[in-house]
Design a protein around this ligand. Sequence first.
Ligand code: BDR
Ligand code: CA
Length: 301
Amino acid sequence: MVKKIILDTDPGIDDALALIAAVRCKDVDVLGVSVVAGNLPLDTVTKNTSAILAALNSPARVYPGASGPLYGKLQDASDIHGPGGLGGWRPPPDASRIDSCHGAEFIARTAAAFPGEVTLVTLGPLTNLALAAEHFPGDVEKLAAVVAMGGALGVPGNVTAVAEFNFWADADAAAVVLDSGFSLFLVGLNVTRNMVLAQEDMLALTRGDAVAQGAARMIEFIVANEGEYPFHDPLALTAALKPEFFTWDTMQVNVETRGTLCRGQIIPCKDGERGAAIKIATGADYRRCRDFLLDLWLGGV
Ligand code: BDR
Ligand code: CA
């Protein structure tokens, strides 16, 4: 059965790789893409998303959302994602794909239009979903599930020693989402750092169509600069579409919102303490994930 999804994202290289995979997956109907300031400012992620959708010839529209976290100022990650934010891949933006509806409202309206059918996949800070939960609670509760890339459980963070970027960039929004009672699946750094591509996989991408070549260019850029593959968001998307590739634990967790040293840290709760019970990915069959994603980047399955 075709799965209805909304992507909430901040492209950024790994977001772009996830978006390409989602649009090219024949079992998925991408109902729209809400965007949020995170890796880069809102204007840049909006343009980048419109450009990627145009390159893919997708009918999905772009819904600009929050331009910064619920409180405080955005500290983006533009230094990591290169010129333009897509590692030097520069597909032309397409303003005609950009909608005037706010991303948070789009999420809520779409959840209400297809009650119990829509999976929201969040790949950036959780600001849009937190705003939707605050302003349209009766609508967002109709989401079938939320699959979120975020958090670092039992592994070092990638912004501070304990915090992962999406939870750190808007820890208050993460706390709102954890408290909102969604059927929430969290895919964090403990699983998203572990997938690698072989040399021949990269070669296949460079021999693919223009979008596959764009994917290769983005991956090469980030590997050259960061020394590792950035498959956080593609793995979160894979978890949404192929949960059976992953192992999951049910846990009660909170997020630290105020600590100066540990903002954005996920804190597991003991029985009886307050904390949302959610599913957290604990491992994955990375070979199956790689095969699945590579096929999609190369044109779709
Ligand atoms: C997450 O933060 C962003 O930089 C990436 O796009 C990913 O969503 C990884 O911590
Ligand atoms: Ca992201």
